[in-house]
Design a protein around this ligand. Structure first.
Ligand SMILES: C[S@@+](CC[C@H](N)C(=O)[O-])C[C@H]1O[C@@H](n2cnc3c(N)ncnc32)[C@H](O)[C@@H]1O
Length: 244
């Protein structure tokens, strides 16, 4: 990412106070660890939060969680929606329909609101600890293993929102699963659709297998009759698509 873009993101993040101590600490954990920085940007996190508040998904799937930075953004938005639903329920309660309120709450909590899929056994306890610190663990399940083992077992129309941010080589395959397991009207969000660090998809000489897979994914999404979609040039590209 260029210095200019970094400066802009820092400006937005500081002006709108996008990151609290929990999110800043997750970034710090990554910088102290030996691996790369791979989290979404705070500007993307805020955009995803707003999309969740507008779209109000009940079941969300994240493929690729790393330290849990994006999971915290996703789960906080879901928790905020849950609190709002709770407020409405209390109003109904005062009007004397207690039985309906209890039934509604029970159906909301029959499953975790967010399922995080993470292959690395080293990362899973870190993700869980960060979600616990953020008091989000009660609405999130973190599943260790290859995402495909989970995806193969899912029925059609299971999720209201899917966020893909795992190994880029498999983006085309993740897309074919998303076509099936996302509900009609559901939202598909995919990070790094312009590149790994910048906009490498534009460079015709870049034949890195991950970049080729991202290009293939973009073509599939653009040509899909199932999705209405766009790519936002935010960080290294975020695809937003609604399943028709
Ligand atoms: C880019 S990082 C995720 C960053 C995270 N979404 C965030 O913004 O904080 C990608 C993660 O996907 C995981 N991953 C890669 N291939 C996977 C697979 N087949 N199944 C599940 N997780 C996978 C990696 O271990 C890594 O932690």
């Amino acid at each position: 990412m260029s210095d200019f873009r970094d400066g802009v993101i820092d400006y937005i993040s500081e002006t709108f106070k996008l990151e609290d101590e929990i999110l800043k600490d997750i970034i710090k954990q990554q910088s102290l660890a030996s691996g790369p920085m791979m989290n979404i940007g705070p500007d993307q996190g805020k955009l995803i939060e707003l999309l969740i508040k507008i779209h109000k998904p009940q079941r969300v799937l994240e493929i690729g969680s790393y330290f849990g930075y994006s999971a915290v953004w996703l789960a906080r938005a879901l928790k905020s929606n849950l609190a709002k639903a709770g407020e409405n329920a209390e109003i109904e309660d005062r009007e004397g329909v207690l039985g309906e309120r209890v039934a509604e709450r029970t159906s909301l909590r029959q499953y975790p609101l967010l399922t995080c899929l993470e292959k690395s056994s080293k990362q899973v306890p870190i993700i869980k600890a960060n979600l616990e610190k953020a008091e989000l663990d009660s609405i999130v399940e973190v599943l260790e293993g290859d995402a495909f083992d989970f995806l193969k077992k899912q029925s059609a129309n299971s999720f209201d929102l899917i966020f893909i941010d795992a190994d880029k080589t498999n983006y085309p395959t993740y897309f074919t699963f998303a076509e099936k397991i996302l509900k009609s009207g559901g939202l598909l969000l995919v990070d790094n659709v312009l590149g790994l660090y910048n906009s490498e998809v534009l460079d015709p000489d870049n034949n890195d297998h991950r970049i080729s897979a991202i290009r293939k994914f973009n073509t599939m999404l653009a040509n899909s009759e199932l999705f209405d979609s766009a790519i936002l040039a935010i960080q290294s590209g975020l695809a937003i698509a609604v399943k028709k």
